[in-house]
Ligand binder design. Sequence first.
Ligand code: ZN
Length: 406
Amino acid sequence: MFTLSKSSPCGVYIKLGNMNIVPKQWSESNKTVYKSNEGGEGSRPNWLLKMIELLKKLIEIKSDSKSGANEALLFCAAWLEEHGQEVTVHENNGYLMLTAVKGQGNETLIWNGHVDVVPGNASQFAPVEKMGRLYGRGSADMKAGVAAMMMAFVELEAAALSRTVQLHIVTDEEIGGHNTSEWLVDQGFTGDFVICGEPTNLKIGLQSKGVLHMDLIFKGKPAHGSRPWEGQNAIESAMKFHNQLGTLPFQQEATPYYAHPSVNLAIIGAGDRYNVVPDRCRMSYDIRFLPGQDPNDIIQQMDGLAKKLEIDMEYKADPSTPALTTKPSHPYIESLQQAIRKAGHADPVLFGQHGAADTRYYAATMGGEGAIEFGPAGADWHGDGEYVIISSLFDYKAILSIQALS
Ligand SMILES: [Zn+2]
């Protein structure tokens, strides 16, 4: 049985996987670009059939709840152990996660995947294969990534690694990742480079925007609704402020990966009757700032705008999610691009993610860099028609292994 650990479990003993795969094997067979291979099943090697089988079993586990995600996690732990891999299952607040370690050397490469999914209709938990695609809840987001990571991991020849590779499988990414990925990082499970296998169509999501939440309270002066000139309408002050937001300097900035930051007016609360001039209006903004922008500077610009407009405004700001700022020149981004080319994709694509993922917890210990999203191809995750393109799974596994062994 695998070890169950509730406390800091660094330094897990490593057993070798029982299969050896060297890059040559797939460089022969992996020329097909996934886009051109959507139609047919063709002749699939046994290990690919096995990976598809693994993915189907994972999809069948209804992991849209805590208990379901834990069940999927224990299934992964048992599968890894059956394949000769020692794993440690950890528990935090009732959420399970696992770590497995292999290799040696000064650097650590981490593969992170989550087995929890957003809720889906019953039919989505019965995977269907059609036209080279596998449909089902979690097929793309991200049980495909997990299945490929598991297969690649057990096949890695430990003796051939010049770095340590850690596999992290977690169960609460869709609700924020605080109980598993964040907890693992707190326990010291971090490294030099982290790949979260979110679906990215085999593109490298090397950056992501930071998150700044601001709650603004606009203050006015109450008066009778029949004599509004005797008061100061806080809703009107808030509207005036909002209409000027687009002029702030931080909104004019762009980077090679982003055309602009984003500002979402998410919540408004004000006024409760017709005959009173409202003296208070609360507006809450979800601001996604660019890598390189300083959230404190944005806060100052927001505050400065209110002062310039002579509006009485107080605020609370929470800039606790930093942007991820990995650069294209990062050595692991370069080795990943080389691996993608070796797997038959001539032009690796780098892009910036708009939303945040578990990458942020790892990056927080790594100076904001070195945690990326990179995963197989699919579509409609969180939607009714979610699917993964099976041949991208094949390529994804190959790319992971090539980079780990590089
Ligand atoms: Zn995901």
